[in-house]
Design a protein around this ligand. Structure first.
Ligand code: MN
Length: 520
């Protein structure tokens, strides 16, 4: 079972009766050809081989390795990939020209993919040829491939904008010439799913060999149109990893494959558990970053923030997930934010190894996470750990010192000075200090009050921005040392780095005082 059986209620309102679903769909991956035509993407031969091997591991039936006639580099890549792959078939692209087909044959490909435009607009402005001339070129090219004993895939470029009568003539002509696979490209991505079903249905009525579809995502419909073509009986799909490709890209392999397996119940050779790693590999090599909301493989595809959702999910995952994340190589994640509830906090703390937290502490941590999220949107693990430690420690022992007020003055030509108001032993005290910087000044002001109790030396001070931008959260970690050389670490997070630093200092001070108390 490639995807664990999804919940029966998933498909209860999906009507498959009038579909002409094939039993099995072949996956033709064009990441290395159309995908490489993504603006700004250029892969080295070595990178292409690595991606091709990953596609083979994923279970792709046919890997389109490139366009050999295009350049020496392409020749190299296609030849190398042809040699390296054993399970997946390797295809090379060619125009309906003998020299292009010869280049494919020289690369020792398993399949030659030859294409020519058929739409009026392409014939008139791009090819500058008549319908009859194009027809002959297409048929001749297929015959030429077949004479060399190779399987042939024929594509009628811009098929979805070609008048049906002429399109069928070309498709049937190439089928009769021996084409093994007939491809229908929606070259400018102008189709809509309902029309695609009718359109492909008309072609399916006439074509007996494998019927293939190639959709572009100009209107965000590439995945939907590809599935509509399968509903009409297409038994091969041309896709790319992460949907990369020319302009707005191609149909993405990942959601289509999972939809075929779970919604349609159609077999594919793909191993969905490798989808996420394949997606990440292609993201890394192409430099085309994925939106976190990318279906199935995006960072947020199985991430939950809402407290209501998380509560239900912990009880039964199918309440708010269509499939198990592990089935596509993903992980369920509970994201902490302003909608977070105590169940997410408990789950997140467990995951971080912070267990044995009282119900009361969990509630307080939840409140503080929400408060932080209101200001900053996303709460990181570091934030959660520091909040949790703070809450748990406060619960463990009553703080000796609590910061009530902090005023810091600093500038170019005046020495930094600080005034602090703290609660110590139930009494409010005010201290003042100056220093080399605002944090030093504040620390000196606190020391003025607590000085006799704890002589602390700052041993370490680290500041890092947790988020980008000038309003980023600053995370401060410090270590202080007392007279007995005991070191105490503490950390705090705040968008004001001085406040974060002073909070961390007060926390460390409390730890030191607690330790001194215990030693008595
Ligand atoms: Mn394309």
């Amino acid at each position: 079972m490639k995807i664990r059986k999804s919940h029966p209620s998933n498909t209860m309102n999906i009507d498959r009766e009038d579909f002409r679903l094939p039993k099995r769909v072949f996956v033709y991956d064009s990441t290395l050809r159309d995908g490489e035509q993504t603006p700004g993407v250029a892969l080295s031969v070595k990178e292409k081989v690595i991606i091709a091997k990953q596609l083979e591991k994923l279970g792709v039936d046919i890997v389109e390795a490139g366009f050999p006639a295009n350049s020496k580099g392409e020749m190299d890549a296609v030849s190398r990939i042809s040699r390296e792959l054993t399970n997946s078939k390797v295809s090379g692209l060619s125009r309906v020209l003998k020299k292009d087909i010869d280049a494919c044959i020289d690369c020792d490909v398993d399949i030659v993919h030859t294409f020519v435009s058929t739409s009026d607009v392409h014939l008139k402005y791009q090819m500058k040829k008549s319908q009859d001339e194009i027809y002959s070129m297409a048929v001749d090219a297929v015959e030429y491939v077949k004479e060399h004993g190779l399987p042939c895939l024929f594509s009628a470029m811009d098929a979805t904008r070609t008048e049906m009568g002429y399109l069928l003539k070309v498709l049937k002509g190439t089928e009769e010439a021996g084409a093994d696979i007939i491809n229908v490209p929606d070259t400018v991505g102008f189709m809509i799913p309902t029309s695609m079903r009718t359109f492909m249905g008309r072609i399916r009525d006439e074509i007996n060999v494998v019927l293939d579809v190639h959709c572009h995502n100009d209107y965000g419909l590439a995945v939907a149109n590809t599935l509509a073509a399968v509903e009409a009986g297409a038994d091969e799909i041309q896709v790319t990893i992460n949907g990369i490709g020319e302009r707005a890209g191609n149909a993405a392999l990942e959601p289509i494959v999972v939809a075929l397996l779970t919604i349609y119940g159609v077999e594919v050779n793909i191993e969905p558990k490798y989808l996420t790693e394949t997606s990440q590999l292609v993201e890394r090599y192409t430099g085309v970053a994925l939106s976190p909301c990318t279906p199935m493989v995006g960072r947020h595809a199985f991430a939950h923030e809402s407290g209501i959702h998380v509560h239900a999910l912990i009880g039964k995952a199918s309440t708010f997930e269509p499939i198990e994340p592990e089935d596509v190589g993903q992980k369920r994640r509970f994201v902490l934010g302003k909608l977070t509830g105590k169940h997410s906090i408990k789950a997140a703390l467990d995951e971080l190894g912070i267990t044995d937290v009282s119900e009361e502490s969990v509630l307080e941590i939840t409140g503080r996470v929400k408060e932080l999220a209101e200001r900053n949107k996303l709460v990181s693990d570091v934030d959660l750990i520091s909040i949790a430690e703070d809450v748990i420690q406060t619960k463990m022992f009553h703080p000796y010192v609590t910061l009530k007020e902090l005023v810091v003055t600093t500038g170019l030509n005046i020495p930094p000075s600080a005034t602090v108001k703290v609660m110590i032993n139930g009494e409010e005290k005010v201290g003042q200090g100056t220093g080399v910087g605002p944090v030093d000044a504040a620390a000196n002001a606190i020391e003025e009050i607590v000085g006799p109790i704890a002589h602390l030396r700052l041993r370490k001070f680290d500041l890092s921005a947790l988020t980008g931008g000038t309003d980023a959260l600053g995370a401060v970690t410090i270590a202080v040392e007392d007279k007995q050389k005991n070191v105490f670490e503490a950390g705090a997070v705040h968008e004001d780095i001085v406040v974060a630093s002073v909070n961390a200092f007060v926390q460390a001070l409390n730890k030191a005082m607690y330790a001194a108390d215990q030693a008595k």
